[in-house]
Ligand binder design. Structure first.
Ligand SMILES: Cc1cc2nc3c(=O)[nH]c(=O)nc-3n(C[C@H](O)[C@H](O)[C@H](O)COP(=O)(O)OP(=O)(O)OC[C@H]3O[C@@H](n4cnc5c(N)ncnc54)[C@H](O)[C@@H]3O)c2cc1C
Length: 409
């Protein structure tokens, strides 16, 4: 079996893994990222690049080049209750260099980060390479320590031995399962069906939420199309499929508002993807030699669209805290625990908000026959433009924003 030795191996080339890989490589750390797919091309990944992520790119001197890639800009968030229209979020007042969410296919974002990281000779990206297990060994005191991963790549099995293993392999993380770290499930009463509808001249260019008796629908402006999320009660996918595509189109027509006229473009369930929503987090994010970040440490609900933001922020905090140690040697368990101490607070705050939103608004909406009453907070935000920066700040920046502190070498 081939053996690779590296200072840090990262399992998972999503936003958390790639950003962490770039930051560590830039600081001169020998880093190896494993991605199980052959490329980053996957449909219906979250495609939001938040103001806080753009701020990180700015701090790295990459923002201008990044924004040359094709993208759509979202500056406002609106919410419709039946026929009533409300504006509830405004990114233009944020204290960040970019005052919008950039909508870009996630693979373009990840390709961009990978191209930057590959400029450093100490960065290695192994595509089509799946981490399968952890390598455990005894440390000098007789305790267990993770010393890398066993993986399978295009030419067979390999072991990658590392001073630090980072699990950034998403919400179905294999490394989390293998680590024995305990997951706390916070529950989610709904799933989401993703689909696209054409964008037509005269349509808004914002993020549009629509609430109509028994349904909620989110439409994200993507240039020539809308990326749409249709909320369904947990486990309701099979029942909806059994009703047939005509009945599903009728459901969409009821909630899609101005986009109801193009629902006929959905001709089969192959155009509709199920996202099973999970909200959970690890009780402990680390073991000696192993650190979990991003969705692998805390799977996020799509409510608020903040999972990528949080994953990137984890990556930056990891690089800031663990990077200087990796430049000199092997991080101790206490170093890894500092990452959880730094990032658990924002994770908890955002998950609490998501649970509140799903329990108080989304789940009752799905159960209701009539369109629910407009909450006072929505009316207030609509009436008071200045206040709209606060929800925008929560989504676009989040609590405890991170900044790049790890120096380039
Ligand atoms: C349909 C959908 C829509 C979403 N929409 C949004 C949105 O609009 N905005 C938002 O902010 N968030 C959204 N999210 C959530 C967001 O995608 C995640 O929170 C975010 O991607 C987490 O980043 P991550 O790097 O931790 O994990 P992931 O993005 O899941 O990346 C993990 C990576 O690891 C790879 N991998 C997995 N297992 C292994 C292994 N064993 N070995 C090697 N590689 C492995 C995967 O292929 C993947 O590339 C959405 C999620 C889904 C599923």
């Amino acid at each position: 079996m081939e053996t690779i030795s590296t200072s840090c191996v990262i399992a998972g080339g999503g936003p958390a893994g790639m950003m962490c890989g770039l930051l560590l490589a830039r600081a001169g750390v020998d880093v190896t990222v494993l991605e199980k797919h052959a490329d980053f091309l996957r449909d219906f990944r979250g495609d939001t690049v938040h103001p806080s992520t753009q701020q990180i790119l700015h701090e790295l001197g990459l923002l201008e080049r990044f924004l040359e890639l094709p993208h759509a800009k979202i500056r406002q968030v609106t919410l419709d209750f039946g026929d009533q229209h409300f504006t509830i979020g405004d990114f233009t007042r944020l204290p960040t260099v970019s005052k919008f969410i950039a909508l870009m296919p996630q693979w373009d974002f990840l390709d961009f980060i990978a191209d930057e990281a590959k400029k450093y000779p100490n960065f290695r990206l192994l595509m089509q390479t799946q981490a399968r297990d952890l390598i455990a060994q005894k440390d000098k005191n007789g305790g267990d320590r993770i010393a890398g991963v066993l993986a399978t790549g295009p030419s067979g099995n390999l072991q990658i031995r590392a001073g630090l293993t980072i699990g950034a392999d998403g919400r179905h993380s294999i490394l989390r399962d293998k680590s024995g770290l305990k997951v706390k499930d916070l529950g989610a009463p709904f799933d989401v069906l993703w689909l696209s509808l054409p964008h037509r001249p005269g349509d808004p260019v914002d993020l549009v939420g629509r609430i109509q008796g028994g349904a909620f629908f989110v439409m994200i402006y993507r240039g020539d199309y809308w990326q749409c999320a249709y909320g369904i009660p947990k486990g309701g996918h099979d029942a909806i499929k059994a009703e047939g595509i005509t009945a599903f189109r009728a459901r969409l027509r009821k909630v899609a508002g101005f986009a109801a006229d193009r629902v006929d473009t959905i001709t089969g369930f192959d155009q509709v993807k199920l996202l099973t929503v999970t909200v959970n987090r690890l009780e402990q994010w680390a073991r000696p030699g192993l650190l979990m970040i991003g969705d692998a440490a805390h799977a996020m609900s799509p409510a608020g669209g903040v999972g990528i933001n949080l994953a990137i922020q984890d990556a930056v905090a990891t690089a800031n805290i663990v990077g200087p140690v990796l430049q000199k040697g092997v991080p101790r368990f206490s170093d890894l625990k500092k990452v959880q101490r730094r990032r658990e607070f924002p994770t908890r705050v955002i998950q609490r908000f998501q649970i509140f939103a799903q329990d108080v608004m989304l789940a009752p909406t799905l159960r209701a026959k009539e369109t629910p009453k407009v909450p006072w907070a929505v009316k207030l935000l609509n009436a008071w433009p200045w206040a709209r920066q606060f929800p925008a700040r929560f989504v676009g920046i989040g609590p405890r924003p991170e900044h790049v502190q790890l120096r380039k070498r």
